[in-house]
Design a protein around this ligand. Sequence first.
Ligand code: CA
Ligand code: CA
Ligand code: CA
Ligand code: CA
Length: 299
Amino acid sequence: MYARHRRAAVGLMTAISLTLVAAVGAADDPCLLGGGAGRIAFDTYLGRNLEIYVMSCDGEDITNLTSSPYGEVNPAWSPDGSRIAYERYRGSSTEIYVMDADGANPRRLTSNYRNDSSPDWSPDGARIVFFSDRDGNNEVYAMNADGTEPVRLTDSPGDDFYPVWSPIGGRIAFVSARDGNREIYLIDADGGNALNLTQSEADDWLPEWSPDGQQIVFASKRDGNSEIYVMNADGTNPQRLTDHEAEDYSPAWSSSGEFIVFASARDGGSTLYLMRADGTELRRLTDPASDCYSPDWMP
Ligand SMILES: [Ca+2]
Ligand SMILES: [Ca+2]
Ligand SMILES: [Ca+2]
Ligand SMILES: [Ca+2]
């Protein structure tokens, strides 16, 4: 949905041949340093429709977890790495699902003919935050990890979407267009104390927390086209990490905090890249012939 999949890919569905461009020395191997067994979940058009895959963070060992006639997108690892929450297209709307980390046992958590999108987990794995237009326009909701007890956390006339739960608890970051353009906000887990972290005239969105909860990485068009930025969790000290005329978006941290994986249109489609958390040592992970989106690093 939205920009994560705006380049609905067509074109050659090549065989799975994702390649690592930069040579990586053993001491520098992100699979050794990045944590979470170096596994990255993402979604891609390698087959007839969008499916969720996992790969090693060197771009190898690619496995399809969903193999369904539906489109599945926006994977989010549970904090203990045992499950993946995601979103499935059902006709013209979407639902939130959870499956085991090997793709087994998919369970549907929402059931309505509106969109339920972009799930993320509370740090104890008990709750899932997501956004939905079930009450009119997009709002942020949370529910138990089995789908029960959904609660609406926002109530604004603008879009409120892409929520992500702080790994140290308490606060939820999300994107809101309530003030005209997209900004990143924080709210408490009960929806209170909304705080705008960005005050740029351009769109700021797609936030993800650092594993220690001290920083937020996000995408912004404040310098002309979409780039990846990092800021402190209180909104101070924003730093740009990418500098490329193409769109860069959907950043996510490695579980060790050392790396950031993101998607970029710099090869024409949507390709996943890896860089250090300071923006250095950029390397391409996936084949530009296969559009890939929404990376999430296993905890
Ligand atoms: Ca739905
Ligand atoms: Ca709203
Ligand atoms: Ca803005
Ligand atoms: Ca860019």
